[in-house]
Write a protein that binds this ligand. Structure first.
Ligand SMILES: Cc1cc2nc3c(=O)[nH]c(=O)nc-3n(C[C@H](O)[C@H](O)[C@H](O)COP(=O)(O)OP(=O)(O)OC[C@H]3O[C@@H](n4cnc5c(N)ncnc54)[C@H](O)[C@@H]3O)c2cc1C
Length: 332
């Protein structure tokens, strides 16, 4: 068998999206992953939220990020024969008056116009500082996406269970998330680990199908089950849920859910965070066969499709549209 155009280490969101994007461009790939049960991409909630941070800022690229992600997942739902993407409004509830005031200032900027509408009447009374409904947002169900991608790649003979530890002659795209700090040629790149914990609770009196976001979020899973997340613990010693994270999430649940609930499950994983919340991608400065796609941080489902395209543009045409993202240019 001839060598693929790209060997891909890791089948999380980065590796999966890069592989599918390369195949859509007529390239051949081989993806190698150890198939661990708990990974960052499998634990993730998959929210795609253009206005996610406490400062309620809308990034410059949100339009292209959202349309690339939506089109990518819709297209691949058809090809993979699986369902994993949904557009769903996010109800953003302000946590204090400062945040409400900040939002009023933001509204002077017409860029925000297409992204919001008023809170629905049933939440107006329950949100003491107000809020808004975020439009053009949704959710990737990451486990069905990753499983369908793996099965499809396997059918093509393009998936292998295993680990890659060193480089090869074939262009090798390293998509290892936080593992990149300990493995491969990009250990020098500043990926900062941040552990996130999510609780699954049973709350039969809550009755809410929309996504609730008030710094942390509540996500309906059906059958009165809700996922609630998530926390940030920097430089953790392991990927297990911590008592502090459980306490923080419990306080959040008690603020927004005023009916009885009980804990069903706790999960945690480590995000690969990069400076300024922007992915790090590009060939290694001294060995262009080694290529990095990492730093998806807390927004992998929204960021991966557009940035995978940019990376392939660069590898095929030699240009990254926004040079400061380039690994060779960006300070490491
Ligand atoms: C609690 C939590 C909540 C989150 N919520 C959201 C959210 O709502 N929305 C959102 O967009 N993002 C969210 N994220 C972030 C999102 O999960 C990440 O951006 C994304 O998963 C990173 O994907 P990745 O492929 O870079 O890394 P990973 O998912 O870590 O994938 C790396 C893969 O490489 C494999 N691997 C490791 N070593 C090797 C090796 N030597 N050879 C081959 N393969 C190897 C691993 O097993 C793994 O499968 C959340 C994350 C957490 C932890």
């Amino acid at each position: 068998m001839s060598a693929p155009d790209f060997l891909i280490a890791g089948q999380g969101l980065a590796g999966s999206v890069f592989a599918l994007t390369a195949i859509a461009r007529g390239r051949t790939v081989e993806v190698v992953d150890p198939q661990e049960a708990t990974t960052c991409s499998r634990v993730a909630a998959g929210l795609m939220n253009p206005i996610s941070g406490p400062r309620l800022a809308l990034g410059e690229d949100e339009e292209v990020l959202w349309s690339s992600a939506r089109d990518f997942y819709r297209r691949w739902e058809k090809t993979l024969g699986a369902s994993f993407f949904e557009e769903r409004p996010i109800l953003r509830l302000f946590t204090d008056q400062t945040q409400a005031d900040r939002w009023n200032q933001r509204l002077r900027d017409p860029r925000y116009d297409p992204w919001h509408e008023p809170l629905p009447p049933d939440w107006e009374d329950r949100a003491p500082f107000g809020g808004f409904t975020t439009r053009r947002c949704g959710r990737l169900h990451s486990v069905p996406f990753l499983d369908a991608t793996r099965a499809w790649l396997r059918n093509l003979g393009a998936f292998r269970q295993g680990r890659i530890e060193t480089g090869a002659q074939t262009p090798l795209v390293w998509c290892l998330g936080h593992h990149a700090r300990h493995c491969g040629p990009f250990a020098h790149v500043p990926i900062r680990p941040a552990r996130g914990t999510i609780l699954t609770i049973h709350a039969p009196g809550f009755h809410e199908t929309r996504i609730i976001h008030a710094g942390k979020w509540i996500l309906s899973q059906g059958d009165d089950l809700y996922r609630v997340g998530s926390t940030y613990e920097w430089e953790p010693s392991d990927a297990s849920p911590s008592p502090q994270a459980r306490e923080e999430l419990t306080a959040f649940i008690d603020t927004w859910i005023d009916s009885p609930w009980n804990l069903i499950r706790e999960e945690a994983a480590i995000r690969p965070m990069a400076r300024q919340g922007r992915p790090i991608l590009g060939p290694h400065p001294t060995d262009p066969h080694q290529i990095l796609f990492n730093g998806l941080g807390s927004r992998g489902s929204l960021l991966a499709p557009w940035h995978a395209n940019r990376l392939l543009d660069h590898l095929e045409k030699g240009s990254l549209a926004v040079p400061e993202f380039d690994l060779a240019v960006r300070p490491v």
